[in-house]
Ligand binder design. Structure first.
Ligand code: DGJ
Length: 376
């Protein structure tokens, strides 16, 4: 089996070289870190996004980023493919608004869009991280949009901070009492042992309770039973929340837990295999890469146990200079792909897409190893 994989990889590499690498018309392989041309020969402009399989076609959604600057000038892009290597540009799934003062006005920031299909409502639902124009990263909201078609156009519905007024479901009366007793004024200095302890027991959770929890880096996970979960960086990126969505995926049930309070995790990605949930995240260093983290649980509600990074080999401590964005399963197989971005802040448009197949140890632990070239 392993030999077959190596052989497939070698063949892919030779084919790639023979066809002139990533610049060729028909791509025969994935070449992580290279320019990835679409059907028009343009580098795929879909960053921080996800891949959705629907009725025989894969759709790739992501941030349409400008060549210069950090704000969203176009919206969320969508591409389609039958083979996961050759992608047709399907245009803009969710455009920014040209109306002054709109929450998704051109110049806002839309990050990490994830589109999922709701089999009950037959709607495509997009959740994304939204920052309001001219306000940096302070809004920390999630946006919701829907469409009847995978390629859009998506209709923007609203943005909010999740779970206003709700305590996490694993917070006991005693936990709530302790959090309520915390005096914010006493913890002005960050990173002290006292501050860490206070964050752990709900200092920022309590602060954000009335208006809802912050929502920055995020993903959406659909479990085998069709339930959807919004996983987002909350509490100034210090704590991850796993929040259950309503059956239409457009609101919150109020059930949520905190994961790794004070652990400073961004870029959550998740897969479930053989009944076990694995989450791969990054640390928080802006556009710079850092060492990934991994968590394991047997229930979405935890307990989640932290494990070492799944990256192995050279530059594993920098996650091969990437930050994860999504994990998808190749339809009809037991193969999973880790999608990541190699951010290029000087020209985010040209940030590279790093897709790597996930291998698994005997006990199911995911492993990521570098590949110059590979194919499905
Ligand atoms: C890291 C996040 O993962 C990205 O999505 C983006 O928000 C950058 N930080 C901005 O610095």
């Amino acid at each position: 089996m392993k030999d077959m994989k190596i052989l497939k990889c070698l063949v892919a590499f030779v084919l790639c070289m023979a066809t002139g690498g990533a610049g060729a018309q028909v791509l025969e392989c994935i070449t992580p870190g290279e320019i990835w041309p679409d059907d028009k020969g343009e580098h795929i402009n879909a960053h921080g996004g996800n891949v959705l399989y629907h009725e025989g076609t894969y759709y790739w959604y992501g941030e349409n980023r400008p060549a210069r600057g950090f704000t969203t000038e176009v919206g969320v892009s969508v591409y389609s493919s039958k083979d996961l290597m050759n992608w047709k540009n399907e245009g803009v799934a969710l455009p920014v608004s040209e109306k002054r003062g709109d929450v998704i006005e051109r110049g806002c920031i839309m990050e990490r869009p994830k589109v999922v299909y709701n089999a009950e409502t037959k709607k495509f639902v997009m959740l994304f991280h939204l920052e309001l124009k001219g306000r940096g990263y302070e809004a920390a909201r999630v946006g919701f949009a829907v469409s009847d078609s995978p390629t859009g156009p998506f209709e923007f519905i609203r943005s909010l901070r999740p779970n206003a007024g709700k305590w996490p479901m694993d917070f006991t009366k005693k936990d709530i009492k302790r959090a309520m007793a915390l005096d914010e004024a006493k913890y002005k200095e960050w990173w002290t042992p006292e501050w860490r302890k206070a964050v752990d027991v709900g200092l920022l959770l309590k602060r954000d309770l009335p208006g809802g929890q912050m929502s920055r880096d995020m993903t959406v996970f659909i479990d085998d039973d069709g339930k959807a979960y919004h996983i987002h960086s909350a509490e100034e990126n210090l704590t991850l929340n796993i929040a259950e969505l309503t059956p239409d995926y457009l609101d919150y049930t109020g059930n949520y837990i905190r994961l790794a309070p004070g652990g400073h995790n961004e870029a959550p990605t998740i897969l479930k295999r053989n009944g076990v949930y694995w989450m791969i995240t990054s640390g928080c260093t802006g556009w710079d890469p850092n060492e990934a983290r991994m968590f394991r649980a047997e229930s979405i509600w935890g307990p989640w146990v932290q494990l070492p990074t799944p990256f192995r080999g050279k530059d594993a401590d920098k996650s091969f200079h990437t930050q994860g964005t999504y994990i998808f399963k190749v339809e009809g197989t037991d193969e999973y792909v880790f999608m990541a971005d190699r951010w290029m802040p000087r020209s985010l448009k040209f940030s590279r897409h790093i897709w790597l197949p996930i291998s698994f140890e005997e006990d199911g632990t995911p492993v990521l190893e570098w590949k110059d070239s590979w194919r499905f």
